[in-house]
Design a protein around this ligand. Structure first.
Ligand SMILES: Nc1nc2c(c(=O)[nH]1)N[C@H]1C(S)=C(S)[C@@H](COP(=O)(O)OP(=O)(O)OC[C@H]3O[C@@H](n4cnc5c(=O)[nH]c(N)nc54)[C@H](O)[C@@H]3O)O[C@H]1N2
Ligand SMILES: Nc1nc2c(c(=O)[nH]1)N[C@H]1C(S)=C(S)[C@@H](COP(=O)(O)OP(=O)(O)OC[C@H]3O[C@@H](n4cnc5c(=O)[nH]c(N)nc54)[C@H](O)[C@@H]3O)O[C@H]1N2
Ligand SMILES: [Mo]
Length: 768
């Protein structure tokens, strides 16, 4: 496909015609894919497959509810284009490395197991038994089990990820780096500290009951389009939607429902947000602190006037600890600190506080704008503090809602993909399977890359994902991968990680979620868990492209069998019949009673959430206020010096993480290009630069390493001064490996201190 770059501000609402048009355009790219998609949607009556798009829940009983980006994800997977051995014979790995990420995935589905041959610099076919034997021989050659890293991306099913972690633990490691480490880790860590459970407390229908919904650092119009339906319905029955977003995101402003014929026929669209605040990058903790400061003032005034206070005192007295320290911290935080750090004025924050105060039931949602900073844990906890003050937990229409990314990333954690797994899980695996799992904490993603860089890792296995492109500090991540003896990628599509090989390297082609998974006992379904802790079955129906593709579960079982043999567990028997895996899950993980039976339930079953029932598994047994001060600076590494600019790296409308569907970002008015840099017009003027000029972006850090990308086109945009935005993964080379969140290890992808300067050269990106 040819792309013509242009910038045209988008004037429509999110959703609507543009969305339908874009969907059909994508789908029409491959006529066969359209047919497949139609068939899938038609046949998809009984159980259906879970949309591989995002982790938003389902609001009806058909599992596939339409959304533009979900349709892209499905049709992208359903392509009949194949990357077969002939393709690899025709291209050396070095030449493929020069291609863009878009090109690589566009080639189609991987069909055959392939092994890298350094002599010819090409991948060559290998049989499944030989591939599995090769993996076993590398693992058996390790000096100790911690020389392996088992990476997981959040699409893997509950069944595959459960067996994958079990295999790792039986081998003796707890090195389970995963995409969650780069994503919502702060939500898990922060919520666990505050309320004892690392998951959201609300359910889908709470959106129908909330009086106000506060959306922090999230772009649902692109990344969780089905959430717009919930927001729109809430807004149209009078609930207040308050957005905190550094950028003005169209999906948070206005929305036309592509499935609503009346809205499609009239130019009408629904306004979404009743208030829209644009904080500085990393300014949300200060913003919430400001709201609490204003609310505390009113609370005290009321008490002084012998009126009932604002806060829910009975709730606080009964269920919380630590309020005195927290309120002392609020008093100690000055408006000056709050407004400087948040970039919002006192009157804006008082306005937000007034909306909050006027609502009986409040939901707070958030995503990467909150979790990918140095101080993300205290930020998540600050949002929780606000909700606790008003007793916004344990009642309908209220609660905390981290909106997850990958469609089963939450399920992966429930299944034990966790480098710091809770003791209860390890005890239960020990008891049920009769082995002693390693109790020490293993590597998260950044630690895994560091261990690889130190030459300590012999084998990397990746169950999905694209570590080379998704991880920070692209150049160092590439060096890290190259130092492994063996890299193994279980993948649906060709991607950059396949081209940055260890000394030995394998690509193992796997079935996608939409495809029929036929095993010895018949067709299999798998299960996933959404952001609302609903577990449901997903059964593919599309015909696989090649009989040399295997399911993820079968591949994991094949590897485990080749390495560990069939004692104490007969892995191949589990691959024949996934209901046996679910019996093991039921026996070892709470909430899965009658698992196989309950998979028949339409819409799935709810795992439950103790905090939502006001039971708090914290040290004190109560919800804990956090009394963290606002951070002095987000960049201690660069000293007192103020970074000229702070850069966030984010998603365009036409991508799914490192999967690039196309080069448009419709709602932001960007077409045919991705190497753009959003900047405030006055910042442009101050720098003597013009819209459309090319710049290089350089990270400011203290380790003597130069991190630079060049040829980015300036686009003036509605963004606070001093803040910049550009797309991920093109800007991953700028994120230092050592720049991660406190207590999370999550790369600070939303706050990178940078300088920019004019450059003449167009971009030379994506070649490592
Ligand atoms: N179509 C599609 N769907 C997806 C994905 C995809 O790539 N494509 N990815 C999936 C995954 S894995 C995830 S994790 C989610 C990601 O979903 P999002 O978190 O929505 O993804 P980002 O594009 O990173 O957007 C971050 C948003 O937060 C804002 N923001 C950034 N920094 C700050 C800040 O400091 N404060 C505030 N208030 N706002 C800030 C940005 O302007 C942007 O609107 O989406 C999932 N769904
Ligand atoms: N700078 C910057 N970096 C970031 C982020 C950011 O906002 N900014 N976001 C971070 C976040 S939130 C996340 S979640 C990570 C994502 O990191 P990853 O999860 O590692 O990356 P993805 O791009 O989702 O992985 C795409 C690849 O997965 C494979 N795949 C797709 N479907 C399947 C399947 O069904 N099974 C298997 N086995 N493989 C499949 C395909 O081969 C595809 O190429 O990136 C993180 N990195
Ligand atoms: Mo994510």
């Amino acid at each position: 496909m040819k792309f013509k770059p242009s910038i045209k501000p988008y004037r429509g609402a999110a959703g609507g015609w543009g969305s339908l048009e874009a969907t059909t355009r994508y789908v029409f790219d491959s006529k066969q894919a359209l047919k497949n998609l139609r068939n899938l949607m038609r046949v998809n009556k009984a159980r259906g497959f879970d949309c591989p798009g995002c982790a938003w829940g389902d609001d009806n009983h058909s599992t596939f509810s339409f959304c533009e980006n979900g349709a892209k994800a499905v049709s992208w997977e359903a392509t009949r284009n194949a990357v077969e051995p002939a393709f690899f014979a025709a291209h050396t790995v070095s030449t493929l490395r020069e291609q863009s990420d878009y090109f690589l995935e566009y080639q189609g589905r991987l069909t055959h197991p392939m092994r890298y041959d350094a002599k010819t610099d090409r991948y060559q076919p290998i049989t499944w038994p030989d591939a599995l034997r090769l993996i076993a021989s590398h693992i058996q050659a390790m000096d100790n089990p911690n020389q392996i890293e088992l990476y997981t991306s959040g699409r893997a099913s509950n069944e595959a990820s459960y067996l994958y972690q079990l295999f790792g633990r039986m081998l003796g490691t707890s090195n389970f780096p995963d995409c969650s480490n780069m994503c919502h880790e702060a939500s898990g860590v922060g919520l666990k500290q505050s309320i004892g459970v690392g998951k959201g407390t609300i359910r889908m229908d709470d959106f129908e009951k909330a009086d106000a919904i506060f959306v922090f650092g999230q772009n649902p119009g692109t990344n969780h389009p089905r959430m717009l339906h919930s927001l729109k319905h809430a807004a149209s029955r009078g609930a207040r939607i308050v957005s905190f977003n550094t950028l003005r995101e169209r999906g948070l402003e206005r929305f036309a429902d592509p499935q609503n014929p009346i809205q499609m026929l009239t130019p009408k669209s629904s306004p979404i947000s009743s208030a829209y605040f644009q904080p500085n990058l990393g300014g949300d903790m200060a913003a919430v602190r400001g709201m609490v400061k204003a609310l505390l003032e009113t609370h005290r005034q009321r008490l002084a006037a012998n009126q009932p206070g604002l806060f829910d005192q009975p709730f606080i007295d009964r269920h919380c600890v630590g309020i005195e320290d927290y309120l002392a911290q609020v008093d100690a935080t000055t408006w000056q600190q709050i407004t400087t750090q948040s970039g919002l004025s006192e009157s804006q924050l008082r306005h937000a506080a007034a909306i909050y105060q006027g609502a009986e039931r409040v939901i707070c949602t958030w995503a990467m704008g909150v979790t990918q900073h140095k101080h993300s844990v205290p930020t998540v906890r600050e949002i929780t503090n606000l909700q606790l003050l008003f007793g916004q937990l344990g009642k309908p229409g209220a609660g905390l809602c981290p909106v997850r990314g990958h469609s089963n990333v939450q399920g992966n954690r429930t299944m034990g993909i966790d480098e710091k797994a809770p003791k209860a899980l390890l005890d239960s695996l020990e008891q049920h399977f009769g082995f002693s799992p390693r109790r020490e904490i293993g590597h998260n993603t950044v630690e895994a890359i560091e261990a690889m860089l130190r030459g300590e890792v012999k084998v990397l296995i990746a169950l999905g994902g694209n570590l080379a492109a998704a991880a920070p500090d692209t150049e160092r991540t590439a060096q890290a991968l190259r130092r492994c003896d063996l890299t193994v990628h279980i993948s649906t599509k060709l991607n950059r990680s396949h081209l940055i090989t260890g000394k030995d390297a394998l690509i193992l082609p796997t079935l996608g979620r939409t495809e029929l998974d036929m095993q010895a006992s018949g067709p299999q379904y798998i299960t996933v868990e959404d952001s609302f802790s609903m577990v449901h079955a997903s059964e593919g129906i599309g015909k696989p492209l090649a009989d040399t593709q295997r399911s993820e579960t079968a591949i994991v079982c094949g590897i485990a069998d080749a390495v560990l043999g069939n004692q104490p567990l007969d892995w191949l028997e589990l691959a024949d019949d996934y209901s046996l895996i679910r019996q093991h899950i039921q026996a070892t993980i709470p909430g899965f009673d009658d698992f196989n039976l309950r998979c028949e339930q339409p819409g799935g079953f709810y795992l439950g959430n103790a905090a939502a029932e006001l039971r708090f598994a914290t040290q004190s047994g109560k919800a804990q206020f956090s009394a963290a001060p606002l951070p002095e600076t987000l960049f201690p590494q660069i000293g007192a010096e103020k970074a000229p600019f702070v850069l966030q790296t984010l998603r365009s409308h036409d991508q799914y993480n490192t999967t690039i569907y196309g080069l448009d970002d419709r709602y932001r008015g960007v077409y045919g290009q991705r190497e753009v840099l959003f900047i405030h017009p006055e910042d442009l003027a101050d720098l003597g630069l013009q819209d459309g000029e090319l710049v290089e972006i350089e990270t400011l850090w203290n380790d003597g390493v130069t991190r630079k990308v060049s040829g980015f086109k300036l686009v003036s945009y509605d963004i606070p001064r001093g803040n910049l935005a550009a797309y991920y993964p093109e800007t991953n080379p700028l994120v230092p490996l050592a720049s991660f969140g406190d207590g999370t290890g999550t790369p600070t992808s939303k706050s990178v201190p940078v300088a920019i300067r004019r450059c003449a050269q167009p971009s030379t990106l994506r070649i490592v």
